[in-house]
Design a protein around this ligand. Structure first.
Ligand code: DGJ
Length: 736
């Protein structure tokens, strides 16, 4: 790893673990992108730079170089209006109405570590030696504005982390119309694009399509990263699969409106951009002020999509998540939502806890309905005090009773929402996002609090802290069940209204920072109507995220498979629920549901008191089994083996860092009469190691990876069946 400036080539060389990134200064002024990909030692930049004269439509303005044009120069950060006609990364409006900028190279600095982005979630370092950062400063002399481009590379991970900062050194007030986190031009590679679109209960489906002329993008205008699109996409070669080929990942550390896309231009060059969505965004930049973009994390892999995913998993687990739980084993919990919905009282919850504790479950999470007068979803959000009708002795007593069973106690909150039928709304009707004289559109009978307001943030920090102090609460499920409409703030001046959505996110991050640091012993789980804000930004504050409200075992396979493209298993929370499943009506076996849920943070979401003795025995065995593989599952290296998009079988394996232990899962969707044999070829093992498979057969790593393991005939021959295989190195002392 290392960053240096090569004066003779006027180029910045960023060497990652197995990758190289090169940018350079052209004609002493313009910052060009030369390369990002597999490692290039001692690069000769003039052999990478590729220039060709174009007779028409392209503005060549340099007398000393008639072939040079900003419209064909691969740019590091494209600005608008001075002849680059492709998608810009930034646009700034002056007081006189001009939207034109020209950022010219000024200077650079290189330093150890990764700088913290004030007020934004970010990838960080624990010691300076882990990473290095390059800051290239460009300046627009007319505007007296500087643009700082940040690039960090890590010793351990093949990533380049980019962000940008715009500073107004001048005397006029500017308006930032677009400020993306990154921009990059590739040579004419025939890429395919992978993205993770979805919807509520169908999150993060994998879509792969060729990159063709025009713009292919993912974006959110919902005020949250959203179920609809995830702030991620990858460009891959046509032959890239899970195991091999090149993959370039782009992931934004942000939880609000984002834009990411690739434009294949008239010369077949893909330009990639990613950042805060410029739609409905404008930021007033007074003299002396600056605007900082979120980080975009660019991951390169020549080991297929598994390689890319593993880079994101490890980086995000180790250097994005924070706090006590980021590498701690997570508890197995029971959540009462699908078990009782709003229909519970103290007695019922304690009964569930008593029964669950006998089965080895470690925590009870009390979901929605414990506060205000809430018996359904049309009231009380904002009234964060206990519903005495349901819990006459309060949360403190309930927690004590649950603790007596040997279990921990956790609670659900939705602190960003406000019900029109709440005391909070009656007292502060202007505290929600709204626009004068317009309808306040309710979704799930709720509105969103205006987190851009300091008074709102202070109130929420206070009232949530009161709840957390009122009982021995060791876990919080932080939910958010709607997207933004009528986006406006009562406190912002008219020409700052387009700042509201981003100010909301900054406010949310401030509240999360305050609450998570005031309660360091509480395990926080993010949730947004299931996986509606499953993004790196939230992971900086909460190391777990509720993957989806769809708890159907079969559907979950696809959801978890797609989610794993970027996010580690330690982030995914998976629960076994009752059948027929509440979302799909499908009935699958308890064994199948358990094996699916075990690929992540495991738990239950049902009324354990109404289970048969036989079912309870299965739960007892599942809980014991999960405890024995928990740290491996949560912190091992994850490989996808068989895709649910390719056939009826899905498989994955999790391998310990020392490759001495592994657990593989196979899931059969539908069978067929007289089914063909099935086999899974494992990955990530030590080929020279002998593994004991399920305590019986002894097989070499090379056989397990090259031939694989036959799937039991009974599994292949049955709908919704599964198989788990455990592997242990025969000789654990043998050097890796
Ligand atoms: C949506 C969540 O995703 C569910 O798990 C549950 O907590 C409900 N909200 C409660 O209202």
């Amino acid at each position: 790893m290392g960053i240096y400036y090569d004066e003779s080539q006027k180029s910045f060389i960023l060497q990652g673990r197995h990758s190289t990134y090169i940018a350079g200064v052209v004609h002493g002024r313009y910052l060009a992108h030369y390369y990002w990909g597999g490692q290039v030692k001692n690069p000769v930049v003039r052999q990478i730079d590729h220039k060709m004269g174009r007779p028409c439509t392209h503005a060549a303005f340099l007398k000393e170089d008639p072939l040079f044009s900003l419209d064909t120069m691969p740019a590091e950060y494209a600005f608008y209006g001075t002849s680059d006609m492709r998608m810009p990364a930034c646009q700034i409006e002056q007081e006189n109405g001009s939207r034109i900028t020209e950022f010219l190279y000024d200077s650079y600095r290189i330093f150890p570590g990764v700088p913290k982005l004030e007020g934004l979630p970010c990838v960080y370092t624990e010691s300076d030696g882990e990473a290095e950062t390059l800051v290239i400063t460009l300046k627009d002399p007319l505007l007296n504005v500087s643009l700082e481009l940040y690039y960090s590379v890590f010793e351990e991970y093949d990533v380049v982390i980019r962000s940008a900062k715009i500073r107004n050194h001048g005397t006029e007030t500017l308006r930032v119309l677009r400020a993306l986190s990154m921009c990059m031009d590739y040579p004419e590679d025939p890429f395919e694009m992978i993205s993770l679109p979805g919807s509520w209960t169908r999150e993060r489906r994998i879509v792969r399509r060729p990159v063709v002329r025009g713009v292919q993008s993912v974006e959110s205008r919902r005020g949250a990263s959203s179920h609809a699109y995830n702030p991620f996409f990858a460009l891959v070669s046509k032959d890239t699969n899970e195991k091999q080929g090149e993959a370039y990942g782009f992931s934004l550390v942000y939880s609000g409106n984002f834009y990411g896309g690739v434009e294949l231009n008239q010369y077949e060059n893909p330009r990639v951009v990613m950042g805060i969505n410029p739609f409905d965004f404008r930021w007033k930049l007074a003299p002396g002020e600056s605007f900082t973009t979120p980080q975009a994390v660019l991951a390169y892999s020549d080991q297929g999509l598994n390689g890319m995913s593993q880079t994101y998993h490890k980086l995000y687990q180790n250097r994005l998540a924070r706090g006590k739980y980021k590498r701690m084993e997570r508890p197995i919990l029971i959540n009462n939502w699908e078990g009782t919905y709003f229909d519970f009282d103290e007695e019922k919850i304690i009964a569930i806890a008593r029964e669950a504790s006998k089965l080895g479950i470690e925590m009870l999470v009390l979901d929605d309905g414990w506060f205000g007068k809430r018996d359904n979803d049309d009231c009380s959000l904002g009234d964060w005090y206990v519903n005495k009708r349901k819990l006459p002795n309060g949360l403190g007593h309930l927690a004590e009773e649950i603790n007596k069973t040997g279990m921990k106690f956790g609670i659900w909150l939705e602190p960003e929402a406000i019900s029109p039928d709440s005391n909070l709304y009656r007292a502060h009707p202007d505290w929600c996002l709204h626009v004068p004289n317009r309808r306040r559109t309710e979704a799930r009978q709720e509105l969103l609090l205006d987190y851009s307001r300091k008074d709102v943030r202070e109130y929420i920090i206070q009232s949530i802290s009161n709840v957390l102090r009122s009982a021995n609460i060791e876990y919080v499920k932080w939910d958010m069940n709607r997207n933004m409409t009528e986006i406006g703030s009562a406190l912002l001046e008219p020409d700052r209204q387009m700042e509201t959505a981003h100010r909301y996110m900054l406010g949310l991050y401030e509240v999360l920072e305050a609450i998570t640091s005031a309660f360091p012993n509480v395990l926080f789980e993010s949730c947004a109507g299931g996986g509606g804000r499953f993004d790196p930004g939230m992971m900086h504050y909460m190391p777990q995220n509720w993957t989806s409200d769809d708890t159907d075992g079969l559907e979950r396979i696809k959801i978890q498979y797609g989610t794993s493209y970027v996010y580690p298993l330690s982030l995914m929370t998976n629960h076994v629920s009752a059948v027929p499943n509440h979302q799909t009506g499908r009935t699958t076996s308890l064994d199948f549901r358990g094996k699916v849920a075990m690929a992540g943070n495991f738990g239950y979401e049902l009324d354990v008191t109404s289970m048969s003795e036989e079912e309870k025995q299965t739960v007892r065995e599942q809980v014991a089994l999960y405890k024995s593989i928990r740290s491996l599952v949560q912190y091992g290296t994850f490989y996808r083996l068989l895709s649910p998009y390719d056939g009826e079988g899905t498989a994955w394996i999790i391998v310990s860092d020392d490759r001495k232990e592994a657990v593989a899962f196979y899931y059969q969707r539908l069978t067929t009469a007289n089914p063909p044999m099935a086999r899974m070829r494992l990955d990530g093992l030590d080929p020279d190691q002998t593994y004991v498979v399920d305590g019986k057969d002894e097989l070499s790593g090379s056989q397990l990876m090259n031939y694989g393991i036959n799937i039991d005939n009974q599994v292949v021959a049955r709908d919704f069946s599964s198989m788990m295989v455990r592997l242990r190195a025969k000789d654990p002392d043998k050097a890796d």
